[in-house]
Ligand binder design. Structure first.
Ligand SMILES: Cc1cc2nc3c(=O)[nH]c(=O)nc-3n(C[C@H](O)[C@H](O)[C@H](O)COP(=O)(O)O)c2cc1C
Length: 403
């Protein structure tokens, strides 16, 4: 049985660590908890003890625990150390190598893999100190899940919300079980975000895509062991850890970056690529001339990245997946798109403004394959990504079995 040492540090999201323990136990993973002094302000040792069915550790100076070098034993007995929630303070201590309480001492003394699930106010998260600490930790091989974007307990909105317990569980499973890395050895291309098509040096045509779904897919595929190249249009998102990111602006640049990324086993085209660009973008800012009519913008078609990849001959990825964002007759249009573009699967979503999907945190998709149409429930984009990544892994496994 795998064992996780769960370190709960001081943050308002600490209550979610109880749900995480429940999910881990249900999955057959044993949990021992270490509670920081800050963590104990938000959850009680008794709740953690009841759910882990194990002693909860807090004090570094406990004589009984330390007669057997408890802080070393705790890390030795675990297969993985998980800090959830990871406070800004705990991340700073980990990055600096501070060991002034039981949790930070165990984290410094361990040779086991470490996963952190940061959770904090958006300004604490975006503060250069926290970002530098995360970069240091990532460079040392510490894995991270989240934080996610959303409404916060402090009545603010932004990045800093603890990843949902199912997403943390998935990250733990991927780290604990090499078999849970079914895409190891595969190279996957993911496109994400909008494109910006220049009108002149200061203006551009764009769309409302946030890149959240594409970035979540890149992260989920990476979590299953794939080597992921993410070609992203302009987005305000952090790079998913462990993923190679190529940043582009226009559809033409996106196509070039995709072609440069080949060969890949799978391509997931989640970017909202502009269908058209301005025929002759001006090198100088267009001037408003009093009395003159507004300039007419002549448009020309952009390259079709999905169709190009799906018909790339010997360079074609074995599985090519497109997205269809529709506002009317969604399934009909998506089915037609699957046939027209020559791709294997289409993930269709209804992006009418009232659905809140474009730019939002949730998604409700239909998966169209050669076998038929599946309606998936309304889920956080990270869960849609996790499901899709698992389906991709299954499909690749099935192809492998046939060849
Ligand atoms: C009500 C309240 C909520 C807090 N929420 C967070 C939080 O979500 N994330 C965070 O990093 N710190 C948060 N803090 C600050 C930490 O609790 C504080 O930095 C503490 O020293 C962390 O200790 P630890 O890292 O040892 O657990 C909060 C503090 C208070 C009083």
């Amino acid at each position: 049985m795998s064992r996780v040492l769960l370190i709960v540090s001081g943050g308002i999201a600490a209550f979610k660590s109880l749900e995480l323990v429940r999910l881990l136990r249900r999955d057959g993973i044993a949990v021992t908890a270490v509670l920081t002094e800050g963590g104990a302000q938000f959850v009680t040792p008794l709740s953690l003890q009841a759910l882990t069915e194990d002693k909860v550790y807090s004090a570094l100076w406990s004589l009984t625990d330390e007669s057997e070098m408890g802080h070393i034993q705790l890390s030795r007995a675990a297969d993985l150390l998980v800090v959830a929630p990871a406070s800004a303070n705990m991340l700073a201590k980990m990055a600096a190598g501070v060991a002034d309480d039981l949790a930070s001492t165990v984290l410094l003394a361990t040779d086991k893999p470490v996963l952190v699930a940061p959770a904090m106010n958006v300004r604490m998260w975006t503060h250069p100190a926290t970002q530098a600490n995360m970069a240091t930790l990532r460079a040392r091989g510490v894995q991270a899940v989240g934080p996610e974007e959303g409404a916060m307990a402090c009545n603010e909105y932004g990045f800093g919300r603890l990843a949902e317990p199912p997403a943390i569980l998935a990250a733990i499973q991927a780290l604990l079980r090499p078999a849970a890395r079914p895409l190891a050895g595969r190279h996957v291309l993911v496109t994400s975000g909008p494109t910006h098509e220049p009108i002149d040096p200061v203006r551009y045509l764009a769309n409302r895509s946030s890149g959240r779904q594409g970035h979540a897919i890149a992260a989920a595929l990476s979590g299953l062991g794939a080597r992921v190249t993410l070609v992203s249009g302009p987005v305000a998102l952090a790079d998913p850890p462990g993923v190679t990111v190529r940043r582009v602006e226009t559809a033409e640049q996106m196509l070039a970056a995709c072609i440069a990324a080949l060969p890949t086993d799978v391509a997931v085209c989640a970017a909202a690529v502009a269908d058209w660009r301005v025929a002759a973008a001006s090198d100088a800012k267009l001037k408003k001339v009093p009395g003159a009519p507004p300039p007419a913008l002549a448009l020309v078609p952009n390259p079709d990245i999905l169709a190009t990849l799906a018909t790339a001959g010997p360079a074609r990825p074995r599985l090519v997946i497109g997205f269809a964002a529709e506002t009317d007759d969604m399934l009909q249009h998506a089915q037609a798109k699957r046939a027209r573009k020559g791709c294997d699967w289409i993930v269709a979503n209804d992006v009418r403004p009232e659905t809140g999907i474009m730019g939002g945190a949730l998604n409700e998709v239909h998966l169209l394959t050669a076998e038929g149409i599946e309606a998936w429930p309304r889920l956080p984009k990270s869960d849609v990504a996790a499901r899709l990544a698992l389906r991709i892994a299954e499909a690749m496994g099935a192809m492998e079995a046939l060849s």
